[in-house]
Design a protein around this ligand. Structure first.
Ligand code: AHR
Length: 335
């Protein structure tokens, strides 16, 4: 039985307003960025040219994230935004970043599709004196001087929150679970898996199958169809995002079962479509991943260009919703 919980998880009480230690050595636009390298070209005309390489358009979350960035980094707000969509391919992102370096943008920002393999291109940006800001997803690099700041959620914590709720609700019932993983090698896929597994350790819940659905609704549906053909004892789906969970709902319904009842579903994101399915009883619990990163990115980019010191890690606040709290939240939901 579900209980009403609106879990305000202040992962770190970081207010953006308090992020910036006033730097005694604030440089003008042509100064050297914190990452070192050659002097930045930067913002002589007062406009910050920012090259952003987006992961793709794989999910409702991504659409909301792109909108937040495009709505915030506007001319009126002092930016010229160059935006590219990598279609979930690392090579496209590397190409876009190289192109931004060649164009001599003031700042590069990107959300890395996978965690590893970024050092060479980040070293090129550093050598060109162009500061880099990571949004949403982290890179796995031992050299933290290759980027100025990483703004995004704590994905391990999100997985833990999902697992803790499942353990609280279903431990003792011998549930068999299947997992729809995000894109292989992506930080949210790695971290959410880790957090969920840690949280259900010691319970009698068993993950009987786990496969990537690449964060898309279509692949989530296909993978769930495969799980349903292979196993006749699935009690619960843990999907690393809403879209894959929504695809799983389609597969479960097509198989003549009732999502949310015959098979429980727990997802991450809390975008409108996911929240609607939660309010409708087809999903049982959603941990939020806040996509509205545009305002934080704008502030950090301005601070970096002004030569101010910025926080290396800015953790975004996430909530969690059950079916009752989703109904309350939906009317005022921003995304
Ligand atoms: O990196 C954030 C994840 O990427 C979101 O949870 C998912 O929906 C998106 O594709």
């Amino acid at each position: 039985m579900a209980r009403t919980t609106l879990t305000r998880t202040v992962l770190a009480a970081v207010s953006v307003a308090s992020l910036f230690a006033l730097s005694a050595c604030a440089s003008d636009a042509g100064g050297e960025p914190a990452g070192g390298g050659e002097p930045a070209g930067g913002a002589d005309d007062g406009v910050i040219t920012l090259g952003f390489s987006q992961v793709g358009a794989e999910s409702g979350w991504r659409a909301a994230n792109t909108k937040s960035i495009q709505d915030t980094l506007t001319e009126e707000n002092g930016f010229e935004l160059k935006f590219s969509d990598a279609q979930q391919k690392q090579e496209n992102q590397i190409q876009a970043i190289r192109s931004y370096i060649t164009q001599g943008v003031d700042v590069i920002a990107f959300s890395p599709v996978v965690e590893t393999g970024w050092d060479p291109v980040l070293q090129e940006a550093k050598a060109a004196g162009i500061p880099v800001i990571l949004t949403d997803r982290a890179v796995d690099s031992s050299d933290e001087t290759l980027y100025e700041s990483f703004i995004g959620s704590d994905f391990v914590k999100e997985g833990e929150m999902a697992g803790e709720w499942v353990a609280e609700q279903y431990d003792g019932e011998g549930f068999k679970a299947v997992e729809l993983q995000g894109t292989t090698g992506a930080a949210p896929a790695i971290d959410r898996k880790e957090g969920f597994e840690a949280a259900i350790e010691g319970t009698d819940l068993e993950i009987i199958d786990s496969q990537t659905g690449n964060f898309t609704r279509a692949e989530g549906k296909t993978v769930m169809e495969g799980f349903l053909n292979k196993h006749d004892d699935i009690d619960l789906v843990f999907a690393h995002n809403d879209d894959m969970g929504l695809g799983a709902i389609e597969a479960i319904e097509a198989a003549g079962m009732v999502p949310g009842e015959d098979i429980k579903i727990v997802t991450i994101d809390a975008v409108k479509d996911g929240m609607q399915a939660l309010a409708d009883g087809k999903i049982n619990y959603i941990v939020e991943c806040n996509p509205l990163l545009g305002p934080d990115l704008a502030e950090i980019a301005k601070a970096v260009i002004a030569g101010e010191e910025v926080e290396k890690r800015i953790v975004v606040e996430d909530l969690a919703f059950d079916q009752e709290s989703a109904k309350e939240a939906l009317p005022t939901r921003e995304y």
